[in-house]
Design a protein around this ligand. Structure first.
Ligand SMILES: [Zn+2]
Length: 258
């Protein structure tokens, strides 16, 4: 099957909006609406017509531009059923296992509560890509505003099952500070040390560090490593349950100033 085209749009301070386009059908989706004007400008620059907005969760830097984009383009809005009442302009609400599509390309919806209670991600297995909103960041994960550590750990395990060459399009450029935290909890991880250096170099050149490969996240992201012996040992929690290790790491990141 033909490849999808992804256009990444830096928005606000550190958000990324995305357009994903199927050149065969001409259909285009926009993942979240952090900044309506930036999204409309990106559509115009590409000459793409927007078919749908796919929201990941209700936060204003993800759904705040919904109505302006819908009014300007006539697109439909897809959003998580559990948060549809908190998201403007929803035409279709979706739950775990449902699909959205662009032409022949199917994206599976997975529910990943934790950052918010109804957060969802959109996964296209055939194209090895996923839009993960604020669930997973490069070397990080979303803050637990509405969910428990157990919920988020369970959500992240759904993402871990994807093929390692899956590209993860997250919604923020938080990678450099995430790397500093990751190094603080697992300083002897050589893969992490190398990746942190690459991230610093990319940021010095003004380049984005997103998307990232799932395989790289498995090796370096503390929030995917709560059941990895080397990581558990590094936290002095070799005997603890993975969810406790995850909770300790998340609390550590919340308090981290580095
Ligand atoms: Zn959010």
């Amino acid at each position: 099957m033909n490849a999808l085209e992804v256009h990444q749009i830096p928005c606000l301070t550190d958000n990324y909006g995305y357009l994903v386009h199927d050149p065969v059908s001409g259909e285009t989706a926009c993942i979240d609406t952090p900044d309506a004007q930036a999204i409309l400008a990106a559509l115009a620059s590409r000459g793409w017509r927007l078919s749908e907005i796919w929201n990941t969760h209700h936060h204003p830097d993800h759904a705040g531009g919904n109505l302006a984009v819908k009014q300007a383009t006539g697109c439909r809005i897809v959003a998580p059923a559990a948060e549809a009442a908190r998201i403007a302009g929803v035409d279709r609400s979706v739950v775990e296992g449902e699909a959205v599509s662009l032409g022949e390309h199917r994206f599976t919806v997975l529910e990943t509560p934790g950052h918010t209670s109804g957060h969802i991600v959109y996964w296209c297995e055939a194209q090895r890509l996923a839009f993960v909103g604020d669930t997973l960041f490069a070397m990080g994960c979303g803050r637990l505003f509405e969910g428990t550590p157990a919920q988020m750990w369970s959500s992240l395990q759904k993402l871990r099952r994807w093929p390692e060459d899956t590209l993860l399009y997250c919604a923020h450029e938080y990678t450099q500070s995430n790397a500093r935290f990751a190094l603080s909890v697992e300083p002897d991880n050589a893969v992490l040390q190398a990746r942190a250096a690459e991230v610093d170099a990319a940021r010095r050149r003004g380049e984005p560090t997103v998307p990232s490969r799932l395989g790289d996240e498995l090796a370096t992201n503390p929030f995917l490593r709560a059941d990895v012996p080397a990581f558990r040992a590094s936290l002095g929690m070799a005997e603890a349950a993975p969810v406790e290790v995850f909770a300790r790491a998340r609390a550590g990141k919340d308090a981290f100033r580095g």
